[in-house]
Design a binder for this molecule. Structure first.
Ligand code: MN
Length: 250
């Protein structure tokens, strides 16, 4: 029996990245695609609880969802595949998901949703710009899936992969990394709509990332595929035991 993989993303089911990912995985696995019907980047872990969702068949074992990446995993695992999923792969994102990006990323949150449901998962992003060449990332995803199914991660850990956006002969290998810190230009555009009311458009360019030894950003900058193990537990364990004054303050 071939292992079953649920593929999703946050760029929408028609994006080139998810199509190349599914194609690469089909060589070895029973691939099901459940993904948003349109781009849902930066939707993080949002679930749609206040309106119904529609499933739109999009070919054999392919379904579009008019919701978020996390909705897609939820519906895919619980309803379409009745829990019978061996691995969830999310991506290939059009652009990087490095450092603090993971807090906003729909790609990463879809993988995390899988882990919440007890299914191993990884997210994969191409840290380049248009025009994207997904071939190396797709190959890496396939070999990582094969290896992960043989050597499962322990506990509620999942992987965040970023592949450098450079020609494959200039990619030097893979490295395990920690999350770094990306810096953005915090920008707000204020404009006036046709009815004379002001509106605001948020989101500035990425400036750079901090130069941090061992970080995902450094690995990608230096030409390596970055693989960061992510925990779902946001507790700052080193702070436990240092906040006794809080216990006494009521
Ligand atoms: Mn995206």
């Amino acid at each position: 029996m071939r292992k079953r993989i649920l593929v999703t993303n946050d760029d929408g089911i028609h994006a080139a990245g998810i199509q190349q990912l599914a194609k690469a995985l089909e060589a070895h696995f029973d691939v099901w695609v459940v993904a948003p019907d349109r781009e849902q980047s930066a939707r993080s872990h949002a679930l749609t609880l206040h309106r119904p969702l529609r499933l739109i068949p999009n070919g054999s074992q392919r379904f579009a969802v008019d919701g978020t990446p996390a909705d897609s995993v939820y519906l895919g695992v619980t309803h379409i595949l009745s829990g019978k999923v061996d691995l969830i792969v999310s991506g290939i994102n059009h652009g990087p998901n490095l450092g603090d990006d993971v807090a906003y990323s729909g790609t990463v949150s879809a993988a995390m949703e899988g882990v919440f449901m007890g299914i191993p998962a990884f997210a994969i992003s191409l840290a380049g710009r248009d025009p994207f060449d997904f071939s190396l990332a797709a190959e890496f995803a396939r070999s990582l899936a094969l290896r992960l199914l043989e050597n499962p991660l322990i506990g509620r850990t999942f992987l965040n992969v970023n592949v450098p956006g450079r020609p494959r002969q200039e990619v030097l290998g893979a490295r395990t990394t920690r999350l770094g810190h990306r810096r953005y230009r915090y920008a707000v555009e204020e404009k006036t709509d046709p009815r004379g009311r002001r509106y605001y458009w948020i989101g500035g360019d990425e400036l750079d990332f901090q130069d941090l030894e061992g970080s995902d950003g450094n690995a990608v900058r230096d030409g390596f595929i970055s693989v960061t193990p992510l925990a779902t537990d946001l507790t700052d364990h080193k702070m436990l035991g240092t906040l006794e004054w809080l216990d006494e303050s009521f």
